[in-house]
Design a protein around this ligand. Structure first.
Ligand SMILES: [Fe+2]
Length: 228
């Protein structure tokens, strides 16, 4: 992705969330200069990968295959200091027909919550036991505490207020339903390790390479090691 595209997406997201009366924590608004003036007091933000996360999953077509994330809180699986923080919360911005591609997690269970705006479509499959393929078996899945058994590839259409629990090894893809607008989505999960716990069916990458065609306005959560 180009840096100019990422800057524009973050700027648009900040406007969108204000329109929807959602507020992010202060560090969402820190410029790179603000960040560079910070010291060890912000190590949790860096260590646990909090903050902005804009990805096209390597597609080079963000509006078709992409996702905007802000990680509000998270722990860390390998740093003792954060052992008591066993949870993660994210805000996801999902455009109409903008797909987060089919993937599963080995470690993480996550609740994906359609909080407002457009409806969220979530497609689910089991993974086969002996490989990476989609299974054709029925899927046991819980929505807001209610158990469902659905056919492989079922697409749940979640309206604002509804959530789905995605358990380890359950393949899932999602996008906002056409004609309903941008979906504002919450994610509440176990500790999140996006560098190691995303397994894509079609080889997507979680953090794409970035072409630096203009100055960076915000560090992404994967870029804090660049901090001066
Ligand atoms: Fe996921």
């Amino acid at each position: 992705m180009k840096r100019s595209e990422i800057n524009a997406i973050i700027a648009k997201t900040k406007e969108l969330i204000i329109e929807n009366k959602v507020t992010l924590p202060p560090f969402a608004y820190w410029s790179t200069a603000d960040w560079d003036a910070k010291g060890l007091e912000v190590c949790e933000i860096k260590d646990c990968g909090l903050g902005w996360d804009v990805t096209d999953f390597g597609s080079e077509d963000f509006l078709k295959i992409g996702l905007t994330v802000f990680t509000i809180r998270n722990g860390h699986r390998d740093i003792e200091k954060y052992a008591g923080k066993t949870y993660c919360e994210k805000l996801l911005i999902v455009e109409e027909n903008q797909v987060t591609p089919m993937h599963y997690h080995v470690f993480k269970s996550e609740d994906i919550i359609c909080k407002g705006g457009g409806n969220l479509v979530v497609e689910v499959y089991n993974k086969v036991d002996d490989g990476e393929a989609l299974a054709d078996t029925d899927v046991d899945v819980v929505l807001d505490g209610v158990a469902h058994i659905v056919s492989a590839g079922h697409k749940f259409v979640m309206t604002p207020g509804q959530s789905i629990t995605l358990t380890p090894l359950m393949y899932h893809a999602f996008w906002a339903e056409e004609g309903t607008g941008t979906s504002i989505v919450g994610e509440v999960s176990k500790v999140n390790d996006d560098s190691n716990d995303n397994f894509f069916l079609d080889g997507g990458v979680r953090f794409p390479a970035i072409e630096e065609d203009e100055d960076r306005e915000h560090y992404l959560c994967s870029e804090y090691s660049d901090k001066s």
